[in-house]
Ligand binder design. Sequence first.
Ligand SMILES: *[C@@H]1O[C@H](CO)[C@@H](O)[C@H](O)[C@H]1NC(C)=O
Ligand SMILES: *[C@@H]1O[C@H](CO)[C@@H](O)[C@H](O)[C@H]1NC(C)=O
Ligand SMILES: *[C@@H]1O[C@H](CO)[C@@H](O)[C@H](O)[C@H]1NC(C)=O
Ligand SMILES: *[C@@H]1O[C@H](CO)[C@@H](O)[C@H](O)[C@H]1NC(C)=O
Ligand SMILES: *[C@@H]1O[C@H](CO)[C@@H](O)[C@H](O)[C@H]1NC(C)=O
Length: 379
Amino acid sequence: MKNTRIVFWALCLFFCSAEAGEGKDCVSSSVKAAYWPSIKISLMPPASINAPLYSHILYGFAQMNNHTFKLEGEKMMADFTATVQKKNPCVKTLISINGGGSNALALALMTTNPIHRAVFIKSAIALARRHAFHGLDLDWEFPTNTTEMENLGNLFSEWRHAINLESRSSGRPPLLLTAAVYYAHTFVIYGEHRSYPTASIAKNLDWVNVMCYDYKGSWDTSATGAHAVLYDHSSNISSSYGITSWIESGLPPEKLVMGMPLYGKSWVLKSQNQTGIGAPAVAAGPKQSTSDESGIMFYSEITDFVREKHATEVFDTESVSAYSYAGELWVGYDNPDCVAAKVKFAKKRGLLGYFFWAISQDSNWTLSTTALESWDKYL
Ligand SMILES: *[C@@H]1O[C@H](CO)[C@@H](O)[C@H](O)[C@H]1NC(C)=O
Ligand SMILES: *[C@@H]1O[C@H](CO)[C@@H](O)[C@H](O)[C@H]1NC(C)=O
Ligand SMILES: *[C@@H]1O[C@H](CO)[C@@H](O)[C@H](O)[C@H]1NC(C)=O
Ligand SMILES: *[C@@H]1O[C@H](CO)[C@@H](O)[C@H](O)[C@H]1NC(C)=O
Ligand SMILES: *[C@@H]1O[C@H](CO)[C@@H](O)[C@H](O)[C@H]1NC(C)=O
């Protein structure tokens, strides 16, 4: 066992530049990340990921067994890091846990009990190390009340402690620890107020991935909507408001990574004469072939739609959002102009970086490339 390790490290000195992603040429002061949904592997096998466009790739998702509280792996994890590092030896990988639409109640239950938390943490660290990931990300959507937020803070603190211990005993750099969070620091859903545990986050996480999207959607079919606006002067539902709320809560900007969508939200227009943001609508847009969910269009599907239907495309500078329409179909999304403006905003505010959901939805890597170039352009 020991000998194999030594041989491995000797080989690695030549082939993986020390520990891949941690060599001295791999120092990255910013985060340019994207989530890769394993459920959509057919759209984007790991070997097809254009890894040089990203500093970090998040494998989504691993699930916790709700009886044992252990994190469970997927077969595809085994080669993931090695595969994406073939194209970019510096890219780092994280396992993202849970995800939107997954069992949030099970996480709530696990976090109430210190013994269950310890089991979960130990299994998560072991899973990341077993498959050569560089970190772990928790995507709990969402803690429902103040107690759950406190438990989340306890989880982060014990998790960081365990990660530091593991790093000391293994002699390896500590695993990254991050979380995907709501666009605003304090929020109300179903009448329940809650705030994230900023002090614990600042102390224990490397950063948070702020989900600055899904502000509008098929739950309201009466009007079209821009689902990831940077600005909205008439409400607090905007990325600038959300990011500011995080900073005002006391989280240093360099712990914030701003999310951008690689998908749009679509509606069926009521009248082809009213085509703006907030125009009357009658239904969510129809399912498309790859996104396969009504009211959703991937950016790749949107660029096809614009080209094939000769759709009119508008960049709304006031909200920083784009929309296109042709016939009765309307879709709101981020185009390259939006991405450039948002990246500039993130950089001006001193944020650590940006991330995309999700890697398989871009159109010929256009938005990912725009973001990368914009980040490096604005000083
Ligand atoms: C536990 O998971 C199973 C299967 O994944 C699910 O059917 C069940 O509802 C879950 N139980 C709880 C308490 O979340
Ligand atoms: C918070 O929600 C949990 C359900 O996850 C519930 O058991 C608990 O009583 C709630 N706490 C408060 C203070 O409302
Ligand atoms: C927006 O948030 C601020 C506090 O950050 C609050 O005072 C104000 O009432 C909110 N406005 C709306 C329209 O919700
Ligand atoms: C659009 O407006 C024109 C002129 O106002 C009107 O004649 C036409 O019926 C309208 N079309 C629709 C689809 O509402
Ligand atoms: C995709 O992008 C590459 C590089 O920017 C470009 O050369 C190629 O023509 C694009 N392909 C399509 C189908 O747009």
